[in-house]
Design a protein around this ligand. Sequence first.
Ligand code: NDP
Ligand code: A1CAB
Length: 269
Amino acid sequence: MSIRLGIIGGGVMAEAILSRLIEQNIYPPDAVLVSEPQPQRREFLRKTYKVQVTSDNRETTTAQDVLLLAVKPQILDKVAENLAHLFPKRYPPLILSILAGVTLKRLEAIFSEQAIIRVMPNTPATVGAGITAIAAGKKVEPEHLASARSIFAAVGEVVEVPESLMDGVTGLSGSGPAFVAIMIEALADGGVAAGLPRPIAAQLALQTVLGTAQLLQQTKLHPAQLKDQVTSPGGTTIAGVTQLEKSGFRAAIIEAVMAAKQRSHELGR
Ligand SMILES: NC(=O)C1=CN([C@@H]2O[C@H](COP(=O)(O)OP(=O)(O)OC[C@H]3O[C@@H](n4cnc5c(N)ncnc54)[C@H](OP(=O)(O)O)[C@@H]3O)[C@@H](O)[C@H]2O)C=CC1
Ligand SMILES: O=C(O)[C@@H]1CCC=N1
């Protein structure tokens, strides 16, 4: 079968997206070609998802529909120097780049004949609970956007934003799963500090975060309203909230997102 989707870089994010695309029959496995330097990783992807694999990035340029760039931003130039000249006839028609920080301007200078969409997914994509932001480049037509939306709808929600917001998106939803994971770990540590056995503390911490997110999503309550509902006058929660405020919890989260945004901007240069 001819290749419809080419993927360069078979790492964590590529696998998250790939696994859902195959599971949901968006692409048949033999229409997908993943280029990846590590032999063991190639073998894993081939066996697990039945996709085609290669060590030669140039082979992915035969993709009929989409080429997904999923390498680290730091090696884009190295990858591109072997590739760009292989695109004389506007094939593949659409390039999707998930590289943090890398701008459409930079991508369009490399892949001058293709339509390019800059994309920022996140790791909850692995379980279909991701959120992906997309920003369209100059040559993007409605059918390209529809393709990108259908690919990333397979891994969760999709929002379209102007490219100027993509570094901010990266700081929030791209990096955010790590911040939330640290919060869950810290909550569990708090439970252990309070004398709970580790497995119970971990279960309570995880379900508290998941349940709170679901409650906010389903009721559309503002987070501040939910906080007010939990906070009894003179009770336990206000004692904890006071400590969080003293420790600069909100500022720490805001600054984490801003630092990640800044790093995304730097990586794009
Ligand atoms: N992880 C995340 O949460 C998110 C990541 N991203 C973006 O996704 C991209 C990939 O990140 P992630 O999946 O985490 O990283 P990984 O390191 O897991 O994936 C990158 C893959 O590319 C492979 N690779 C290295 N050199 C080449 C090459 N020359 N040609 C082809 N493939 C190569 C790597 O192999 P090897 O290991 O042998 O080097 C690795 O398997 C990054 O640009 C990142 O900014 C975007 C959103 C979220
Ligand atoms: O840490 C990173 O650079 C990547 C981009 C967003 C999430 N992980």
